[in-house]
Design a protein around this ligand. Structure first.
Ligand code: NAI
Ligand code: MG
Length: 397
C-alpha cells in the first residue's frame, strides 16, 4: 500500500509529548507513513499573531489527515498581553486554532468513544440492587456536532443597533431583558442549521446500523430549547422513520442524562447532541472510563479529518523533566485515524495491545494510580509517558 502522509500537529505542552509517543507506537505497529509537521498553538500566536498559520493550513489541505496533540488557549487579556511587542496593537485577534480548524474545514462530525477497558482501576463502579459493587461495561459513541450551536462564535457584549432591534422584535426579549442597559447585555447565540444537524444525526444512525444497534439517543433539551433542540429531535425522528426503520430514537434531556450516567451508563451506545451538550456529555462519559487519559476523538469533515485526544495541553505537567501523563488517549486517537483511512487491522492490533497492558495492570501512569500529578510519582510505582508507550509496543502482536 502507498505510504500515507500524515500532518502531525503537536501544539503546546503535553501535546508535544503524547503525539511523539503515538507516532512511536504507529511505527512499531507497522503503519507506513511519512509525518509532516504543522506549527500550531500559543507560541505561534505570540510570535506571529496567528496560532494556526497558513503554512499549517496548506499542509492539511494537501494531505487531508491530521494528528493533533493539544494547544494552550488563554483568555482575551492574556492573549493581548503575551503577543510579542512588535505585534501589539496591530489588530491581531486570538481565536482558538482548534475551533478555527473545525470551522474552516467543516470538521462537523465529532466522534468521542467511551469504552471500558477491563482492569482499569479508574473504571466507574456503583452499588447495585443487593448492595453488591458492580462495574458496568460501558461502550458508548458520542456524536457531537462540532461547528455550530453555542460554540459557533456568534455573540456580542453591548450588541449593535441592528442586533438589538432584532432582539426587541421578540416578545420574550422585550418582557425579560429590555430592562437591562445595553452595555450590560451579553448575548451568545445557539444557531443550528438543518444541513449540519442532519449530517451529525445521520452519522449517528449509520454508526448504529453498522453495529446492529437498535437505539440512537438524542441528548438535548427540546422541552425548553424548543427551536434548536426541537429541530434536532425532529430530524432524528423523521430519519428513523424514513431511512432507518429498525432503529428507534430515545430522547433524553442533557441534565437528566448527566444524572443517569451514574445510574445506568451501560444502556447508552450511540448518543448524538449539539456542540455544547455533546461536549458536556462526552466529558461525563469519559469520567466513567478513566478520564482524560483515556478520552480520544475524531473531527471528521467532508474532505479533511483530524484526530486528537480530548485533553488539553496540561501546562503544569509540561515542565516535568520526565513526562508523567498518560499517552493512551492520544494513541487511541491515532487508532481512530487508522480506522478512518481503512487501516483497521493495525488499529485493532494497537487497541488490543492497550487493552492487554491495562488489564495486566503492571504498567500504570500516575492517573491510573490516582496519585496527585507530581514529579515524585515514579518513586510510587507510576510509569512515565514513554514507559507506557513502551509497554503498549511490547504487547503488539
Ligand atoms: P487539560 O486537559 O490540559 O488538563 C486538565 C487536567 O487533566 C490536568 O491537570 C491533568 O490532571 C489531567 N490530564 C490531562 N491530560 C492528561 C493525560 N494525558 N494524562 C493524565 N492526566 C491528564 O485542561 P486544562 O488544564 O483545563 O487546560 C489547559 C490548557 O489546555 C488550556 O490552555 C486550555 O485552553 C487548553 N485546552 C486545549 C484543548 C485542545 O487542544 N483541544 C482541550 C482542552 C483544553
Ligand atoms: Mg471539553
Amino acid at each position: 500500500m502507498a505510504k500515507r502522509t500524515i500532518v502531525a500537529m503537536p501544539g503546546d505542552g503535553i501535546g508535544k509529548v503524547v503525539l511523539d509517543e503515538a507516532i512511536r507506537v504507529l511505527d512499531a505497529a507497522g503503519f507506513e507513513a511519512e509525518y509532516v509537521y504543522g506549527d500550531i498553538g500559543w507560541e505561534f500566536w505570540c510570535n506571529e499573531g496567528d496560532p494556526f498559520p497558513v503554512r499549517t493550513q496548506k499542509l492539511l489541505e494537501q494531505h487531508k489527515i491530521g494528528l493533533f496533540g493539544a494547544i494552550t488557549s488563554k483568555p482575551k487579556d492574556k492573549a493581548e498581553s503575551e503577543i510579542s511587542s512588535e505585534l501589539k496593537g496591530k489588530g491581531y485577534v486570538y481565536y482558538s486554532p482548534i475551533v478555527s480548524m473545525r470551522q474552516k474545514y467543516d470538521l462537523d462530525i465529532c466522534m468521542r468513544p467511551c469504552k471500558t477497558f477491563k482492569g482499569n482501576p479508574l473504571n466507574f463502579i456503583r452499588r447495585g440492587f443487593s448492595g453488591i459493587i458492580e462495574e458496568p461495561v460501558i461502550d458508548t459513541m458520542i456524536f457531537r456536532q462540532n461547528t455550530e450551536g453555542l460554540y459557533g462564535g456568534v455573540e456580542w457584549t453591548n450588541p449593535p443597533d441592528q442586533v438589538y432591534d432584532a432582539l426587541m422584535t421578540h416578545r420574550k426579549f422585550r418582557e425579560n431583558f429590555a430592562w437591562c442597559p445595553r452595555p450590560e447585555l451579553a448575548v451568545s447565540t445557539r444557531i443550528l442549521t438543518k444541513k449540519y444537524t442532519t449530517r451529525i444525526v445521520k452519522a449517528a444512525f449509520e454508526y448504529a446500523k453498522a453495529r446492529g444497534l437498535d437505539t440512537v439517543t438524542v441528548c438535548e433539551k427540546p422541552n425548553v430549547i424548543r427551536e434548536t433542540s426541537g429541530m434536532m429531535l425532529k430530524i432524528a425522528q423523521e430519519m428513523a422513520k424514513n431511512e432507518f426503520p429498525g432503529i428507534k430514537v430515545q430522547d433524553t434531556n442533557i441534565d437528566a442524562q448527566m444524572m443517569w450516567l451514574t445510574k445506568n451508563p451501560e444502556l447508552y451506545h450511540v448518543v448524538v447532541a449539539s456542540n455544547m451538550f455533546g461536549d458536556i456529555i462526552s466529558d461525563g462519559f469519559a469520567g466513567l472510563i478513566g478520564g482524560l487519559g483515556f478520552a480520544c476523538s475524531a473531527n471528521i469533515g467532508p474532505e479533511i479529518a483530524v484526530f486528537e485526544p480530548t485533553h488539553g495541553s496540561a501546562p503544569k505537567y509540561a515542565e516535568f523533566s520526565t513526562s508523567i501523563v498518560n499517552p493512551i488517549a492520544m494513541i487511541m486517537s491515532a487508532c481512530m485515524m487508522l480506522e478512518h483511512i481503512g487501516e483497521n487491522a493495525i488499529a485493532a492490533r494497537i487497541s488490543k495491545a492497550i487493552a492487554d497492558v491495562v488489564e495486566e495492570g503492571k504498567v500504570k501512569t500516575y492517573d491510573m494510580m490516582k496519585l496527585p500529578g507530581k514529579p515524585d510519582v515514579f518513586g510510587k510505582g507510576a510509569a512515565s509517558t514513554s514507559q507506557m508507550a513502551d509497554a503498549i509496543i511490547a504487547k503488539l502482536k
